[in-house]
Design a binder for this molecule. Sequence first.
Ligand code: GUN
Length: 725
Amino acid sequence: MKWLDGGRPDPKPGREKDLGRFEITVRDGQARLGRLHTSHGVLQTPCLLPVVNPNIRTIEPREMYDKYGIEALITNSYVIWKHDHLKEVALEKGVHELIDFPGVIMTDSGTFQSYVYGDVEVGVDEIVNFQREIGVDIATMLDVFSRPDMTFTQVEAAVDETINRAEISLAAAGNVMLNGPIQGGIFPELRSKSARAMSEFGFAIHPIGGIVPVMEQQRYKELAKIILASKSNLNPSRPVHIFGCGHPMLFPMLVALGADLFDSAAYALFARDGRLLTPWGTERIDELTEWPILVPSVVNHTPAEVRAMSKEERTTLLAHFNLEVTLQELSRCRQAVRDGNIWRLAERRSHEHPRLREAFLWLVTNPSLSDIEPLILDEISSSKETGKHKGRWEENWNWLVQSQTTPRGGSESWGSQDTHERPHVEMARRRIFARWNSSKSGDVLVLHGASPPWRERVGELVDRIVNTELEIMVLTPLGLIPWSLEDLNPWAHIDGPDWLWKRKPDHAWITRELERFGIEHRRLITLDISETEGLHARAFAMLELEPSDRDQDAVKTKQAIDKLCVLSNISKEQADKIMEDASFAMSRTGRIRNVITSDGRHIFSPRLGEGGISYTIEGAKWAHSIRKLPLPKGFETSAIDENIGEGLAFVVIDEDAVPFVGQGRNVMHGFILACDPWTRPDETVLIVNSSGKLVAVGRATSMPSEMATFSKGIAVRVREGIGCP
Ligand code: GUN
């Protein structure tokens, strides 16, 4: 958002062929930054559409556009339709002139009025026709509001009736983008049903409806369930709008769950009551001596001065305050998505309100009870529901976890017990548990007591015991990792207090970890490495071993093999084979820079930042040559513990795209015919043509379901093409 003093030029209309399309530019799990192409500009998401009441304009729409860079707003077509003075202007001059707003205008349909006042007297096709006639960019069908106090049968009727109205509404909309709201009250199965059914029609956007009373009653746990049940069943290429949500406190959690658009009248309604929105809740102007946040609208006034203003002047000023704070929190969310830490922001914000904390804890504990930590906090255990719900949300939670990128750059900032429950941490852990296999048959040596980089502290010791049958592991605050993955994030970059590493090793926890690695029956030896003085002598005595020579190559080879297995899903057998007699080009700090096969091919390079690996085209050719499975045919998704050892995922592209991609251009959505079920965002994939010939190597941006449904944006960032065929 820009803070502009003067007017802003009108937006450029999107290209005709792109109208209505949505693309993702950056993602962080299910959170995404997107671009929605409309005839009044390309809307950057996530964003807020302020509600403008055409009869009462607390802040002028033109000012929203010019001063705050607001690209879209929402108004109510039913209100315009009902008032002749508005209707006439709208029909004659169009809604943009009526509202005096050059950006994107979304209109609602009257459903909310029917919830507040009872029935509305407008027809299902009539209100959509009207929205089209007045030139809105995004119209809304007349859905049936499902209240949280309704019975299952009543809500099901609302869901079914909304589905029944879809076709006639879409016909009335013509080529105007249409909102297809998801209803379902507080019943997850009805939300899922609504989401699946509405995805089948050609809607442009799916708002989540029927949640205003849920938010008013601060039933945020219910809200989280509604969003999770709806989002995980929706066509992922459609933006999702959270109807009536404008409290900044809720944004981080909802963005983390995949919300793209918000609308709210809260900035104005709260201002009228003298209430201030903040990311941690609501404050009253009557009780303030200082501003909770200093934003441009209030820098020249004290709260006391504002209290002394006329009601109208005060409302306008507080509406500005509320809008500024709201926009600020959304900016923060977008930056967090870019930085890959939206979940952490949601985690932090969850502490601001007990009900939000309850929702957050439900999210991280109930959908999947992770068993990583011995000391589950009371607050977590008390938020668990009774056994009957256990496992019920597994699929929805997996939807969130499976989309997480790992390894990722930067450090893992420690934030209490919650750190364990971050979805990308869970994904990273699931991946090593599923794909790593012990190649030793002896005892398990667990090194503990020190923070990374461990190689500087005990690298030499490991070099001297690598050729024994000991399986060497490191105990980290996020669980155990095999020594061969010691530089892999998040374990290798945890930013937290010293005591995290200094805790006494908990044998029960270690055993549970070893169970997940499938080596719990081995004898467990723990070695405190906090003190390096005399460490070798202590270690050899304890292990009853004679000191032997260092074998750095053996350590590096094992690291490369294990990374091929864990990060590239290569089978152990193939990884062993390619690494036979391989050599290494080393960095100045003694880490592997390039891996070169015995016949001189540079196949991959470890990424020193986060511990991942990058393939060269020679590496891609090798990975392609060892493929055993037939080409994928569709866009199924598999769990992380399926398809083990099947190699890098294949993405099959259309022949039209082959010449471009072969030259190193990115694979765009819309040109993908199929992909392997284990394709994941940020992971290396092999791009092949429809007969399976290698075209390029790159990193996917998407899940299979996204590859199947998106028609715009980058699907694979190509690293290197095979060249001209
Ligand atoms: N505004 C707030 N909630 C809703 C809803 O459920 N449907 C529609 N159309 N508008 C809303």
